[in-house]
Design a protein. Sequence first.
Length: 291
Amino acid sequence: MQLLRGLGVALVTPFNEDLSIDFSGLTKLLEYNISNGTDYFVVMGTTAESATLTAVEKREVLDHVIRINNGRLPIVLGIGGNHTTAVVREIEETNLDGVTAILSVSPCYNKPTQEGIYQHFSAIAKVSPLPVILYNVPGRTASNMLPTTVARLARDFKNIVGVKEAIDDMAQVLKLLHDVPEGFIVLSGDDALAPSLISAGGQGVISVIGQGLPKAFGDVISGVRNGDERNAYKEHLQLLEVIDLIFEEGNPAGIKALLSHLEICKPYVRLPLVVATDDLTHRISSFMKDL
């Protein structure tokens, strides 16, 4: 799993004005990231608005990414949900050729206990033909997958190889890094805190801002990983403003406004999300011009 370290980007799904999938914009996004140093792609995460895509659309997006990528970068596919049986069935029925690993989010809304979370991922690990990366994002799921649960899963299932941790509690991050077995991958799911997590012993980030600024944010991540923390943090401080901006009105409205400024794709999102306001769009564009 050395491939899934460094800068991974959680791809948006570009839309046309009629909200059909903009495959031309997706191609531009992929080529832009490949040519600017992104280490791997994450398809069908939250940032992709996967909750609003049909099963057919999800397959079309994945097939397009695999075809355009043409083996150049590893691909991680998001398959998760709060209905364990349905997630297991989706993994079993999905053609995973061209995919390196699965990213699976802790169940939302149901608010399971730690034992429930363990049993959910146990069922996934038993059927997955690919390595599995867990995803803890309490701000979206309303439950927190604790380090003891992650470490237990890591010990019990060899194909559970890492976790994307999106919590702003560094004390929990430190306990997680302490508890997991050697070689288990801990990735940041928070762009603002990514350098801190990597400095503490993590291996990288699955990023939103990275797909818009792959070179700049990639330099931050590689700098921290290579021990040049002083310069890396200096660069990171310059990016914190735009990181805050892209999340100000929700994800992915903000990053799509930034990608629109770069003329990679349009800013359209599907309901219940709405496009970034004119004010936010202007502030994002102003930052990018100054940068």
